[in-house]
Design a protein around this ligand. Structure first.
Ligand code: G4P
Length: 541
């Protein structure tokens, strides 16, 4: 075992990495913020590049037909760029109708997240779901309250809502002065200065572009904002005394979020987010690999697959596995052990994803994401390492919220349907359950688009035309029992609600939340789980 070998160069390269995702409800401004971040990183030269891609991604991508028809990205992508001597990996979490399990899984591969809140709308549904997933790994969250150039809600009320709905402490780092047409800027509470707001979508955001006014008692404030200056001093004074001070340890533990106010579209407050990522967000963290914790600067190359992208040529069943490096250094054509199947694999044809192109990877260290071409050999959750038997944890399945019953239009195609669903299930495109009662195949997803992707791929790759009936189920829970007797009793009483997943684990299907709650209250000793690890068989205590 060579985990004791560290090289200074590797330690330094790892320390320079920041790997994060932006989480938000659709329309809060994720795409806009992504674009401005990439502009700072010099990864794109023109505003509008990412937005143009959002509306016509099909023009440049070779992804699936479904995506082409709907003009959306089926799965999320990765953008790497450099900023202030750091290498930043920004992982996109699809947010619109293309919300899927991938959205969740991407969050297992990051070390931090930026949460964008629309200041007019406050905390919205999808943000709540995504934050719950971040909480599984206590991911540190930086909050960006966006669209301050609009008529929005009171900043204090917004913070209160974030704290109560998302159950995370807020530490304001900046405080907005006015809003909408009277948005004057933000007061930087740490450095005691006002960053004056100037509108302008195309600003690249040179710090000199925005005027900085040092000190709350600066007479320039009286000159510039005669009507607002008294309120400004009062607000800043109040917030300084009343709000939680920023505490790095609390942030790193995922309990407290530093909050920034700004306007993404005007490139205002964006650089502060980048700065916070570099200063406060953690470099790649140690990861639990089952038998031990793997340190990011260990010499031995390790990592795991968190997402599979089907490549488009149906004749080749070619796949790209998105792989998070957890330690060591990737070298072209290196040999690694595929732990699940116990086989050696040569890593040729590996890609790094830059902001607007893919390039052949030459070098990747912990925190970086590489794309490995393969033909179905890799599944979500798979660990690759240089020899040592490891298995990274924390890449779960999430309880689906949408269900369909699949049956082939031609009854003679039942075998193909089963095979196709089995393989797509293993790949992570959809979850497949077999009901105990009636033997029907039930598909579970967290986003509607997952069904469309699966229907499309079944037709194309497996030549099965299937019918997808809606199922009167609203959610599922994985079950664990304290003993055999409880299992038998529970199963006897709930046969109609039971199913097994692809790995044979028992699952409870609930018709609605109330039904689930009642059952959970009656069977307090039975475990009802919202997530399950890939490839893991649940232990029955
Ligand atoms: P998303 O990826 O989270 O879905 O959001 P996106 O960035 O696409 O932004 C959603 C809408 O909000 C866009 O308007 C965008 O221009 C606008 N927006 C983003 N940041 C700000 C901001 O700071 N202030 C204001 N006033 N608007 C902002 P749209 O009309 O839907 O699209 P478009 O026509 O502008 O492209």
């Amino acid at each position: 075992m060579n985990q004791a070998r560290y090289s200074l160069e590797l330690v330094r390269d790892v320390a320079r990495r920041r790997t994060f995702a932006i989480i938000s409800h659709p329309d809060a401004g994720k795409t806009t913020l992504t674009e401005k971040l990439l502009l700072y990183g010099g990864a794109i030269q023109m505003a509008g590049t990412v937005k143009a891609r959002k509306s016509s991604r099909h023009a440049t991508s070779d992804w699936m037909e479904v995506e082409k028809q709907r003009g959306i990205s089926v799965t999320s992508s990765v953008m790497q760029f450099d900023y202030a001597d750091h290498t930043i990996n920004l992982l996109d979490t699809p947010g619109h109708q293309d919300f899927s399990e991938d959205t969740y899984r991407v969050l297992t591969a990051v070390d931090a997240a930026v949460m964008v809140i629309d200041a007019a709308k406050g905390v919205e549904e999808q943000t709540i779901k995504l934050l719950d997933v971040c909480r599984l790994r206590a991911t540190p969250i930086i909050t960006f309250v966006n669209k301050m150039d609009r008529e929005v809600r009171e900043p204090l009320a917004l913070l209160e809502e974030i704290e109560s709905v998302l159950r995370i402490d807020c530490a304001p780092i900046s405080w907005p002065i006015g809003m909408g047409k009277r948005f004057r800027g933000v007061f930087d509470l740490r450095h005691d200065r006002l960053l004056r707001f100037t509108a302008g979508e195309e600003r690249i955001g040179d710090p000199e572009d925005s005027e900085l006014i040092e000190g709350l008692s600066n007479p320039r404030l009286d000159l510039l904002f005669p009507d607002e200056v008294a309120a400004l001093r009062h607000d800043v004074d109040l917030i300084r005394h009343a709000s939680t001070p920023f505490d790095l340890r609390e942030f790193l533990a995922g309990r407290q979020s530093p909050v920034f106010f700004g306007s993404g579209i005007n490139n205002f407050g964006v650089q502060e987010i980048l700065q916070a990522l570099i200063e406060w967000a953690p470099p790649p963290l140690p990861r639990d690999a089952g038998t031990r914790i793997v340190q990011p600067a260990e010499a031995q190359f390790t990592g795991f697959v968190f997402k599979i992208q089907a490549n488009m040529d149906p004749k080749h069943r070619d796949r790209i596995a998105f792989f998070r490096v957890c330690s060591g250094r990737y070298r072209p054509a290196m040999k690694v052990e595929h732990q699940r199947i116990g086989r050696e694999m040569k890593l040729g044809n590996v890609m790094t994803f830059m902001a607007n192109e893919r390039v052949a990877s030459q070098d990747a260290v912990a925190g970086d994401i590489i794309g490995i071409h393969n033909h179905g050999l890799l599944q979500i959750g798979d660990t690759l390492s240089e020899g040592e038997a490891l298995s990274f944890k924390g890449i779960p399945y999430f309880a689906p919220e949408l269900f369909r019953i699949a049956r082939p239009r031609d009854p003679f195609k039942a075998k193909q349907l089963q095979k196709g669903l089995q393989e797509l299930g293993e790949e992570g495109a959809i979850q497949v359950f077999e009901r105990v009662h009636g033997n029907t195949l039930l598909l579970g997803a967290v986003g509607q688009l997952q069904f469309e992707v699966v229907a499309d791929r079944l037709a194309r790759e497996y030549k099965v035309d299937a019918i997808y009936d809606t199922a009167a189920i609203s959610t599922a829970r994985w079950l664990t029992y304290p003993d055999e007797a409880t299992r038998r009793n529970f199963e006897k009483e709930h046969t109609a609600s039971l199913a097994t997943d692809v790995d044979g684990n028992p699952v409870y299907l609930a018709t609605n939340k109330y039904n689930l709650q009642v059952t959970m209250e009656r069977w307090t000793k039975v475990g009802f789980h919202t997530t399950r690890e890939h490839g893991q068989r649940l232990e029955h205590a």
